[in-house]
Design a protein around this ligand. Structure first.
Ligand SMILES: CC(C)(COP(=O)(O)OP(=O)(O)OC[C@H]1O[C@@H](n2cnc3c(N)ncnc32)[C@H](O)[C@@H]1OP(=O)(O)O)[C@@H](O)C(=O)NCCC(=O)NCCS
Length: 172
């Protein structure tokens, strides 16, 4: 896991344009939108000292895993989100969970956070499995409608998972 390099932009744009990778997002990204996202990610590292790290496997750049402040208002905000997006060929190897453990530990040991959250659509089982593997838990009472999506949008209902530093330390 490392900061971003210019060479990451092309494979990142390819995964952001892949319908399977973006199945649970309202839209795929154009090259321009993908590059703008890299710019925002890098600016966030400069501002807060952490962010969505570029993840590199033996094959090279495979996507991102990391931390970012939630950029909308909901019942659980302000909060810092842990998130992931990997190229399709990198799924099924445990890379997302391995990197997410490192990001989780950074959140609690280095960034001084007391809690991290993660959220996705009900149907995004793979992402929810990563959340559970790193110790996050869902309380259905926390489920929410994503405020950035239109009221009748099928992806609007979201599940919320949480993990506190205390619960991780206590092993509960
Ligand atoms: C969400 C996402 C990162 C999950 O990827 P993933 O590969 O399923 O998750 P992991 O990297 O943790 O890998 C777990 C799988 O690897 C397998 N695996 C193989 N070797 C492994 C190892 N050494 N260690 C752990 N798991 C291993 C596990 O058995 C599991 O397989 P399964 O899904 O068949 O049960 C990926 O699907 C993705 O990028 N999706 C698109 C973007 C997205 O939706 N992001 C989330 C938005 S909220």
């Amino acid at each position: 896991m490392r900061r971003w390099r210019d060479a990451d932009r092309e494979p990142f744009a390819a995964l952001n344009a892949d319908p399977e990778v973006m199945e649970h997002f309202p839209n795929r990204l154009t090259r321009e939108e993908s590059d703008a996202l890299v710019d925002r990610i890098e600016a966030a590292f400069d501002e807060q000292g952490y962010g969505l790290w570029a993840v590199v496997a033996e094959s090279g750049f495979i996507g991102f895993v990391g931390l970012q402040p939630v950029r909308f208002t909901a019942h659980f905000t302000p909060a810092v989100e842990i998130g992931w997006r990997l190229t399709r060929s990198a799924w099924g190897h445990g890379y997302a969970s391995e990197a997410a453990v490192a990001a989780r530990d950074f959140a609690f040991r280095k960034a001084g956070l007391d809690e991290i959250v993660s959220f996705t659509t009900y149907r995004n089982e793979r992402s929810q499995a990563v959340m559970r593997r790193i110790g996050m838990r869902r309380d259905p009472a926390d489920d929410f409608d994503h405020p950035r999506l239109p009221v009748d949008h099928p992806m609007r209902p979201h599940v919320l998972y949480r993990l506190t530093r205390e619960s991780l330390t206590m092993g509960v």
